[in-house]
Design a protein around this ligand. Structure first.
Ligand code: FES
Length: 252
């Protein structure tokens, strides 16, 4: 819209320390309309020019750090990755990522997510660790291609805000954590699949996923967490069957 001069943003405001007894509110700001501005530019303009008390996270402004995730008109988005022009004529409603506790305004509490990340053991595991002088663990391009897509996750947590299970099942590790587990399970250098399935292969963890697929739809990096989780379920099923027919250490 060429004659658009300003655009209204309605931003969720809540400070538990200052407003402990007050309900969250929405503050309305009129920002200059710029064709090339992303939503994050408008929020930064508000913080710089109008209200320095507004709290939000961001770092790279290029879809890499994963810290600027928020709800934009009800959808989980990276605010540096969506243009204001796509929301003309406004208003644009900006809220913190849903399914997370709010620390202040648009900043959410990440502690629960960090615990879930640790739970899936997101690192290479093997007993026969070689010394540096023995050289690297080589891997062919085909072996790397097995897990590369899943390694592109930037932990932006848009998938947690999109997933209907995250909020209902506290034990569910969530899309990003499970996709990361599968990333290591598929790595030819890793020997930790058994440990990960043991840690998160339960009814309320891995099997908590009902394959709605919203996580994959909102992922800005095309990681396909839903696909990764279904592959992991297949691995868990094979493990269960092998343990059934070969109880002593089968599948290890
Ligand atoms: Fe880094 Fe948006 S600011 S992903």
């Amino acid at each position: 819209m060429a004659d658009q001069q300003r655009l209204a943003l309605e931003i969720f405001r809540y400070d538990p320390e200052a407003d402990a007894n007050a309900a969250p509110r929405y503050d309305r700001y009129e920002v200059p309309y710029r064709e090339h501005w992303v939503v994050l530019d408008a929020i930064n303009w508000i913080k710089d020019e109008v209200d320095g008390t507004l709290a939000h996270r961001w770092s790279c402004r290029m879809g890499v750090c994963g810290s600027c995730g928020m709800m934009v008109n009800g959808e989980p988005r990276l605010s540096c990755n969506v243009f204001l022009r796509d929301y003309v004529p406004g208003p644009v409603r900006i809220e913190p990522l849903q399914h997370f506790a709010v620390e202040k305004d648009l900043v959410v509490d990440l502690e629960g997510f960090m615990r879930k990340l640790e739970q899936v053991k997101p690192y290479l595991m093997r007993d026969d660790v070689e010394r540096p002088e023995q050289g690297p663990y080589n891997q062919t391009p085909a072996q790397m291609a097995q897990y590369h897509e899943h390694s592109m996750c930037i932990n932006c947590m848009l998938c947690y805000a999109a997933c209907p299970v995250v909020n209902l099942e506290p034990a569910f590790p969530g899309p990003a954590a499970l996709a990361l587990a599968q990333r290591y399970n598929l790595d030819s250098r890793d020997r930790g699949k058994e440990h990960r399935l043991e840690a998160v292969g339960g009814e309320h963890e891995l099997w908590g996923c009902t394959f709605v697929g919203e996580c994959t739809d909102v992922c800005p990096k095309n990681v396909d967490p839903a696909g990764a989780i279904q592959k992991m379920k297949l691995e868990a099923t094979k493990r269960w069957y092998l343990h059934l027919v070969q109880p002593k250490g089968a599948g290890r």
